[in-house]
Design a protein around this ligand. Sequence first.
Ligand code: SF4
Ligand SMILES: [Zn+2]
Length: 290
Amino acid sequence: MKEFEEKVRKTIEDYDLLSKQDKALVACSGGKDSTAVLYLLKKFGFNVEGLFIDLLIGDWSEKNLKNVEKFCKELDIKLHVVNVREVLGGSMCYLRSKISKEEKLKTCTVCGVIKRWLLNKKAQELGVDKLVTGHNLDDQVETMLMNFLKNNVKLNIGQQPKTGVVENKKFVPRIKPLFFCLNSEVRKYSEEMKFPVLYEKCPCSSGVFRREIREELEKLEKEYPGFRENIVKNFLEMLPKFKVDVSEVVYCEKCGEVSRGGLCKFCKLRGSLEMSETFQGKVSERTKKS
Ligand code: SF4
Ligand SMILES: [Zn+2]
């Protein structure tokens, strides 16, 4: 337990992730990773608040929300809840079915774009210095290999303990204090600490490719212990050699957020929903339980 906590503390120090003056917002999903990171940042004495994006995925979302609310209350952490229906007009399942028909996108792709946009927007509104996510080492290796195999290796620049190679006032820096922690280590810590979390997977998960990569990596790890950690460490060593073209950063012509040109991914999805533009303004927090 102590070793695990020290690993997280060392990552924060070595990569200068957070200072005691920073206001940090943890993206809480109700899972073991974000719960562990929320707990540890509070324990280490950082100024931390939580943000739960309620995707309204049936029982699964309800249980997660209850768990996060209970946990934050016990730890005296301020929690913000953004309800996806109040912002976008429907539950994640509804949005996915509407969008997928037009764009042929997988659920997790739609969900990922929406969550990233909402997290960044809410973090800006709350004026926080850092947005914290619970990504662990297994998540990182899987994403790195997926990007590599899909010929998107440039996207791996974002796979660091601190994201934000390009400083931008529209993009709240993201930090990943569990970057060097294995999934199994976080699980063990969470179980020992008896955190109120769900270990079951999201029922809407569509990540077949990710699951296959994970299974292969687990097999390789058994034969070559330390294999996953080596991939991440080697990548971080290679990182300074990547050249980042700052001129690539442009703003979405609709919502004004950072984009790769024209409309951002979120506004493209929004376009396919033919929805009103009420959420161009503030992302209001939940006012009632849906
Ligand atoms: S598994 Fe996919 S659909 Fe479920 S919360 Fe995660 S990204 Fe969203
Ligand atoms: Zn946009």
